[in-house]
Ligand binder design. Structure first.
Ligand code: NAP
Length: 321
């Protein structure tokens, strides 16, 4: 068995790389386990959700914007510059019962570490249509984040669609109503799941229209979305709706499955529960950062901030242990 690590970071999005930059600069010699690419149904890549984002315009320090993959390459380069070591595997299970934390990876090897930061993120849920995923990954006007993409010039004064009936869909629709000509909420039932206050905001907005009992069954357009094909969930009737942008807001899934049986406290949806005011989980020496522990903000900048906090908390833990 090789020497135990001091700090293993699981995940390679803004939270993971920022934790790595801080831990490496503090001479903790982190090992970052970055994951392996897969696609089910949408691609999941080392680097996380930003690898599927064409333009990032709201991360401070990039006045002209930057592509998500370019930004993640820069984060990685900065982490490597200070000595972060990288392992291109997945963590498949964890044993946090002993004094040394043990992580089993996809190759079957076991890595021991005094402390661990979990920064595996969350993936946006997609409807699962081929054309939806094709246009989402090619900058074709399909997105799972209005706050990230809604202000792009391609969506200004255009008819935009939002799929979903939860708080995220309401929030995205209200946000998009500032840019789009009309925002069409497409919801599969005849009532929203969202809180009353959020519902009222969209139902009272002048340029938001709700399409009840409608399911998107296809996204039309070659290089850019031009329309969606809809099916009425009650009558089965089909129709098309012209749109220049489509925002899918049907929830997220945190990447926490590998924590099953590890004792790390998760909420009902699988998000890691943090102690208030810091990044510690319920297990000593196990910290979490980014979207796997945050279903509210879900931004690159907030994930990076949480990564910084986790590295500082871990450093303090190692000193005190
Ligand atoms: P959510 O509450 O799970 O809502 C998901 C919505 O998507 C539901 O309306 C659901 O329809 C619909 N949906 C799911 N799968 C679908 C599919 N395959 N096709 C079409 N529609 C589908 O998710 P969320 O809105 O992302 O919210 C997640 C959590 O964060 C919630 O607890 C929410 O309160 C919270 N949140 C809070 C705020 C805020 O307070 N500012 C903002 C955002 C989120 P059905 O209703 O028919 O199931």
């Amino acid at each position: 068995m090789p020497e135990p690590e001091q700090c293993v970071i699981i995940g390679s999005g803004p939270a993971g790389w920022t934790a790595a930059i801080y831990a490496a600069r503090a001479n903790i010699n982190p090992l970052c386990i970055i994951g392996v690419p897969r696609s089910d149904p949408a691609p999941v890549l080392p680097g996380g959700q930003l690898m599927l984002t064409t333009d990032v315009e709201n991360y401070p320090g990039f006045p002209e914007g930057i592509s998500g993959p370019e930004m993640m390459a820069m984060f990685q380069k900065q982490a490597e510059r200070f000595g972060t070591r990288i392992l291109g595997e997945d963590v498949v299970s964890c044993d946090f019962s002993g004094s040394m934390h043990r992580l089993t990876t996809s190759s079957g090897s076991v890595i021991e570490s005094k402390a661990v930061i979990i920064a595996t993120g969350a993936t946006a849920n997609w409807i699962g249509l081929d054309n939806e995923l094709r246009l989402a990954t090619s900058g074709g006007g399909v997105s799972a984040c209005a706050v990230c993409d809604g202000a792009l010039p391609m969506f200004r004064d255009q008819p935009l669609g939002v799929v979903g009936g939860g708080d995220s869909a309401m929030e995205e629709a209200s946000y998009l109503a500032k840019f789009g000509s009309t925002v069409h909420i497409i919801h599969r039932r005849d009532e929203f799941r969202a809180s009353k206050a959020m519902q009222d905001r969209v139902l009272n907005a002048e340029n938001i229209e709700v399409h009840w009992n409608k399911q998107v069954i296809d996204v039309l357009g070659e290089t850019r979305i031009e329309a969606v094909a809809l099916e009425d969930t009650v009558t089965g009737e089909r129709s098309t709706l012209d749109l220049t942008g489509l925002f899918v807001a049907i929830g997220h899934t945190p990447a926490s499955g590998f924590l099953e049986g590890s004792g790390v406290e998760l909420d009902a949806k699988g998000y890691i529960e943090l102690r208030s005011r810091d990044s510690a989980t319920n297990i000593p020496g196990v910290f979490a950062a980014g979207d796997v522990a945050d279903q509210i903000y879900r931004q690159a900048i907030t994930a990076a901030g949480m990564g910084c906090q986790a590295a500082l908390d871990l450093e303090r833990y190692l000193h005190e242990a």
